[in-house]
Design a protein around this ligand. Structure first.
Ligand SMILES: Nc1nc2c(ncn2[C@@H]2O[C@H](COP(=O)(O)OP(=O)(O)OP(=O)(O)O)[C@@H](O)[C@H]2O)c(=O)[nH]1
Ligand SMILES: [Mg+2]
Length: 316
């Protein structure tokens, strides 16, 4: 999908106050053959001209993307391995030790670099540690297809329910975080699930997450996201990780369902015994008892895991 090249936007002059001058912002841009990279880097420099800025492009391209990024003023790091998450993990390791805020942004010109200050402000003002750009704030027509919209909706709803959050757009790739938040995070996802793991890890550590509405445009160049494969990987991770966050949300319903199955099987046995005085449903007796005991064990396991987690958290 190619973005309309004719579109122009008038941007206000970046705010020039004493407040921003002392802040160092490190912008990380992962790239894999991104034809719009020069524009992204140039606009980022312009948008952040009143901040101390470094732009790190983590590159895995086979075209001239790294050359263009370097020419536009970015520091380019070549990624030996592969993956969106791997690129950010590498980028984090190259953030200057004196950077205060780290910004994550795609290199495809979908996000507007002039909106970086919108993400930075809540951190500077002390309201949040991580700020996510909500693309549904100002989404341009055709920027996200129906399939991706539905996938994002499903993943965001699952994250909200399992982790007690109220996000609108969990898959946004335009984010800012304080240096402390970046250092606290322990993310292992090498691919697209990185974005979700970051939210879940932050939630586990009580790192404050905020969302701000942002623009979202049609991308320039070829998408790297594989909707079905990445979508199911993300959903799998989100569900798997709840075990370590709140084990009861997984173990209680599963154990409860098994116990209910056991009780229903026994109900038939008892009904027959009351009516006829005999017990002939031996399969129900054995199966129902096994179901009930298995369910009970799972519930106890969940409770035990929960007690251990609470104890571990209170010792931190
Ligand atoms: N270095 C590096 N960059 C990657 C890799 N995979 C994706 N990217 C970059 O990460 C950013 C996000 O990938 P996109 O293809 O834009 O994924 P998306 O934003 O979910 O999908 P679109 O809505 O189509 O933009 C882009 O700048 C890609 O070039 C990778 O393995 N290595
Ligand atoms: Mg993108």
């Amino acid at each position: 999908m190619q973005a309309s090249q004719t579109q122009t936007t008038v941007h206000p002059e970046p705010e020039d106050s004493g407040k921003v001058r002392d802040i160092k912002v490190s912008v990380i841009i992962p790239t894999m053959n991104e034809p719009a990279i020069s524009k992204v880097v140039n606009e980022t420099r312009q948008a952040l001209k009143h901040y101390v800025t470094e732009i790190i492009v983590v590159d895995k391209s086979t075209d001239d993307t790294p050359k263009k990024a370097r020419k536009a003023g970015a520091r380019v790091i070549t990624q030996e391995q592969i993956g969106y998450g791997n690129a950010y993990l590498l980028g984090f390791r190259h953030v200057s030790p004196d950077a205060d805020i780290v910004v994550m942004m795609d290199g495809d010109y979908t996000y507007d670099p002039y909106e970086i200050p919108l993400l930075i402000d809540p951190i500077v003002d002390g309201y949040a540690d991580i700020v996510l750009g909500n693309r549904f704030g100002h989404m341009e027509e055709g920027a996200m297809n129906v399939r991706n919209r539905m996938g994002n909706g499903l993943i965001t709803a699952t994250i909200n329910v399992l982790y007690k959050l109220r996000l609108r757009d969990s898959q946004s790739g335009f984010r800012a975080m304080s240096r402390t938040a970046m250092e606290m995070m322990e993310i292992t996802s090498e691919g697209m699930p990185f974005a979700s793991e970051m939210i879940i890890d932050a939630r586990k550590k009580s790192i404050r997450i905020a969302e701000v509405p942002i623009r979202y445009r049609q991308r320039v160049g070829v998408p790297k996201l594989k909707a079905y494969k990445d979508g199911s990987l993300i959903l799998g991770l989100v569900i798997r990780m709840v075990r370590d966050y709140n084990p009861l949300t997984i173990f209680l319903p599963i154990g409860g369902l098994l116990m209910l199955g056991g009780v229903i099987a026994w109900a038939f046995v008892v009904q027959e015994w009351l009516q006829t005085g005999i017990i002939s449903r031996f399969a129900s007796v054995v199966g129902g008892t096994m179901l009930f005991l298995a369910g009970l064990q799972i519930v106890f396991f969940g409770l035990l895991a929960d007690i251990i987690l609470v104890a571990l958290r209170s010792r931190r």
